[in-house]
Design a binder for this molecule. Structure first.
Ligand code: ZN
Ligand code: ZN
Length: 281
């Protein structure tokens, strides 16, 4: 029987503030592997909603260093540290720049760390983070998962990465932000499920803001994500990071724009959960 992998959309929002949607974050888990991809606004609350505490994560994978994808990494680091009874280093995988980011976060938290070390006799070590800066083509073993690093196209943001997370025969590609590209196609080939940030160009074009119009040129539209999924032959397309936020009841309108993809299209609110396995391909 093929391995089952569960994908939970922890945060389906974007930089646009939304009371119902946390910032970008996706939980990918299977027997022996619990991985968090990106750590946007509210991620620790949504992890709790999914029944996972930061201390239980095998790793955090960052697709890129845009603020909406990293803004609550500090909360993951602190909550893991203060809630773990023994030293519990957090593995943070990300592109070049991740090491500097984590160093800066630890500097930001220096006063808090000193207060807690002074207050709790049984807390003897500061937070420990095991940073692994990776490049396309790299492979890592994280718990029971084999993770392959790919290149996404989110220019001018560079580097930006996609991750193929495989547990047994089943694999989920978390593509992060970006437009279709050959390297993403290559990473997706033969995968089971594909998680992609999307924008609705038709809705964005209605907003008279030059700065907002800029989001279209470095994000996939729903139709582009569907075309990428079709080329790859995945069985499940999971859409997230909705720009603009999906209006209540408008899910079918978004789904209709993915009509070219013959497989299952998952669209939903925060904490939407889908279980995939290679058998369904
Ligand atoms: Zn981005
Ligand atoms: Zn983003």
């Amino acid at each position: 029987m093929a391995d089952e992998v569960t994908v939970v959309l922890l945060g389906t929002g974007s930089p646009i503030p939304d009371a119902r949607r946390a910032g970008p974050a996706t939980l990918v888990s299977a027997e022996g592997a619990t991985l968090l991809v990106d750590a946007g606004r509210g991620v620790v609350m949504r992890l709790a909603g999914a029944g996972v505490l930061p201390g239980a994560l095998d790793a955090v994978l960052l697709t890129h260093l845009h603020s909406d994808h990293i803004s609550d990494l500090n909360d993951v680091m602190t909550t893991r540290w203060v809630m773990s009874l023994d030293p519990n280093p957090l593995v943070v995988v990300g592109p070049y720049g991740t090491s500097s980011l984590v160093t800066s976060i630890l500097e930001m938290l220096a006063e808090d760390v000193s207060y807690r070390l002074e207050h709790h006799d049984d807390l003897r070590e500061p937070p420990s983070v095991d940073v692994r800066e990776v490049s396309p083509g790299d492979e890592l073993v994280l718990g029971a998962a084999l993770v392959r690093v790919g290149q996404s196209d989110h220019r001018p943001v560079s580097p930006s990465l996609a991750y193929r997370i495989a547990v047994g025969d089943t694999s989920v590609v978390c593509a992060g932000d970006g437009v279709p590209c050959a390297s993403l196609d290559e990473l997706l080939l033969g995968a089971t499920a594909y998680v992609q940030s999307v924008v609705r160009e038709d809705l964005v074009r209605q907003v008279p803001s030059i700065r907002f119009q800029d989001v279209v040129d470095y994000h996939s539209t729903v139709a582009q994500a569907a075309a990428t999924a079709s080329r790859a032959g995945v069985s499940t397309l999971v859409l997230t990071h909705y720009v603009p936020p999906i209006a209540p009841g408008a899910e079918d309108e978004w789904r209709a724009q993915a009509a070219g993809f013959p497989g299952t299209v998952v669209i939903g609110d925060d904490l939407t959960r889908v279980v995939v396995s290679a058998q369904s391909t």
